[in-house]
Design a protein around this ligand. Structure first.
Ligand code: HEC
Ligand code: HEC
Ligand code: HEC
Ligand code: HEC
Ligand code: HEC
Ligand code: HEC
Ligand code: HEC
Length: 345
């Protein structure tokens, strides 16, 4: 221990002024720092102690064929148990993935598993994990869930946590649950240090300056980009959850027009706005007959609606139930929806 402290003290160049231990992003960027941790992205992964859904449901049970499951929460600890009636495995829940619906990561004999059952707010309890309904476990071990290879765990934690991957390897010691500032703002740590010293030259790259196309790809790093979905050939209603892909398929999309960027409609530091009227001004930024085109002289205004003047997204961005029925997503392929039309790909 002593040796480590000494080594660090020698190797780091001493700052001009001591860095106050209390200085954080919040000292200077109050708005983002106070709202972002409460967003779905901020809570994309949780530890049992902070997990309000588990606290609110201290005992949940579920039966799947020969196996019975129970998730028990007490004193900030949650246990995931599976039994065949004779033998029982009880494993502590290490992490919950997902801010609303949640799937758990547990460990058994040194191997990580994704739980076979998940919590769904729409069911107020447990049900099979999406995609696992075809699994037919034959042993108690198999009934825990899907084993996560190192590669699976890396991608999982890469999208749901921060600093999970160091030198291309999963690092549980540096991992912070959920998306924190550093996940999106690379260079934030160096900026924090220099900002405290009063030096503002070391700014993180401005994401607000990215083109619409580049923002789609940036968000698409987790929400899946157009290119990825096309290459993977993901067809049918389950691709409704891939907003960058759906939006790019819409006639409204123009990779060079900031009015149709993800961040024109969403502030990643705020909870998603679930109020249809909020989005009207976003549509009318292009679809208004009285629009001044000065802001974007190259793109004249788009046609206006013959049917209605408000609540645009309620008709043109339909809610699509995700196969399995536990979630509903908003289709970002903005269009005129015809009665009985098939889901457009
Ligand atoms: C001592 C004050 C201070 C602290 C602490 C600080 N910043 Fe900043 N930050 C600034 C200033 C000043 C700017 C440049 C002016 C501006 O754009 O607001 C800036 C700019 C930024 C920008 C670029 C904005 C843009 O789009 O150009 C980001 C992103 C950012 N900070 C994130 C962070 C994060 C994340 C942290 C915590 C790890 C942090 N800052 C800590 C003062 C600070
Ligand atoms: C590092 C991965 C990552 C990146 C990059 C990312 N997201 Fe997310 N986002 C997530 C995850 C994971 C969730 C789901 C959280 C949950 O519900 O568990 C999410 C959820 C959301 C939600 C909330 C959905 C809801 O149901 O309330 C919105 C809105 C959103 N993201 C928008 C964006 C936008 C816009 C960008 C780009 C500026 C972006 N995200 C970039 C991983 C990411
Ligand atoms: C490429 C990035 C990415 C990877 C890899 C990833 N997720 Fe997600 N996850 C997301 C995003 C984005 C959302 C929110 C939007 C959505 O639901 O599709 C999400 C949502 C979720 C949810 C909320 C319910 C749901 O399905 O919407 C759960 C639970 C979840 N992920 C678990 C996992 C687990 C477990 C793994 C690893 C086996 C994993 N995710 C891997 C990006 C990712
Ligand atoms: C999911 C990705 C994501 C996360 C997480 C995130 N940001 Fe941002 N941030 C963005 C994007 C995209 C922009 C550019 C668009 C905008 O200004 O909202 C941005 C812009 C900013 C700006 C410049 C705002 C302005 O008005 O110029 C600051 C400052 C900032 N972020 C601070 C933070 C802080 C502090 C945190 C952590 C509490 C954080 N961000 C977390 C994506 C993110
Ligand atoms: C023209 C406005 C607009 C643009 C651009 C836009 N969204 Fe959305 N987004 C919406 C609306 C409207 C909702 C649904 C809000 C509600 O439920 O009332 C939504 C919801 C979401 C959700 C929550 C899950 C869901 O399906 O309801 C996520 C995640 C999301 N958007 C991500 C993105 C990403 C990533 C981009 C960029 C590729 C993007 N959005 C671009 C309008 C937009
Ligand atoms: C960047 C500018 C822009 C934004 C923002 C935008 N659109 Fe569009 N939209 C267009 C253009 C351009 C077209 C194609 C030409 C036309 O119809 O005028 C189009 C086409 C459409 C169509 C006809 C599509 C079809 O299938 O024939 C509808 C409906 C539509 N938009 C609704 C909306 C709604 C609703 C919103 C907000 C949620 C929105 N748009 C946001 C530019 C935009
Ligand atoms: C009650 C549902 C509803 C609402 C709300 C609504 N629309 Fe429409 N919109 C339609 C229908 C239906 C059509 C197709 C009309 C037709 O082809 O006869 C349409 C057509 C359109 C078109 C194509 C026009 C053309 O000439 O090709 C655009 C663009 C559009 N709407 C934009 C919007 C915008 C922007 C808003 C909000 C200000 C909005 N809509 C609100 C139902 C709606």
């Amino acid at each position: 221990m002593l040796f480590c402290v000494a080594a660090v003290a020698q190797s780091s160049s001493a700052p001009a002024k001591p860095i106050p231990a209390t200085a954080t992003c919040a000292s200077c960027h109050r708005a983002q720092a106070f709202s972002q941790p409460g967003t779905q992205m901020g809570r994309a992964m949780q530890v049992p102690g902070d997990n309000l859904d588990l606290v609110a449901h201290p005992k949940m049970t579920f039966r799947n064929g020969a196996y019975s499951y129970s998730v028990d929460t007490r004193n900030g600890q949650s246990q995931y148990s599976v039994t065949d009636g004779t033998h029982t495995l009880t494993l502590p829940i290490l992490w919950a993935m997902g801010a609303q619906a949640q799937t758990w990561v547990v460990e058994h004999n040194g191997k990580m598993y994704e739980s076979l059952v998940s919590y769904y707010p729409t069911m107020n309890g447990l049900y099979l994990t999406v995609g696992d309904d075809t699994m037919a476990p034959k042993t108690l071990e198999e009934a825990i869930g899907r084993p996560l290879s190192e590669e699976d765990a890396k991608t999982c934690f890469g999208c749901h946590a921060t600093n999970a991957i160091v030198d291309h390897k999963l690092n549980l010691a540096t991992l912070k649950p959920g998306l924190t500032c550093e996940h999106c703002h690379t260079g934030a740590a160096a900026h924090l240090e220099s900002a405290i010293k009063g030096d503002h030259n070391d700014l993180p790259p401005s994401l607000g300056d990215l083109s619409t196309e580049d923002i789609s790809n940036f968000c698409g790093g987790c929400h899946r980009s157009w290119e990825l979905v096309v290459r993977a050939g993901w067809k049918g209603p389950s691709n409704v959850r891939f907003q960058p892909y759906r939006l790019a398929n819409s006639k409204c999309f123009n990779g060079a027009d900031p009015r149709i960027s993800c961040i024109a409609c969403h502030d990643p530091h705020q909870k998603v706005v679930r109020d249809v009227a909020y989005y009207d001004s976003k549509c009318l930024a292009c679809h208004s007959p009285t629009l001044q085109t000065a802001a974007s002289p190259a793109s004249p205004h788009a046609k206006s609606c013959p049917v209605a003047k408000t609540n645009c997204s309620s008709c043109h961005m339909p809610k699509v139930p995700f196969p399995g029925g536990h979630f509903v997503f908003t289709d970002h392929q903005i269009r005129v929806v015809r009665p009985n039309e098939a889901y457009p790909n």
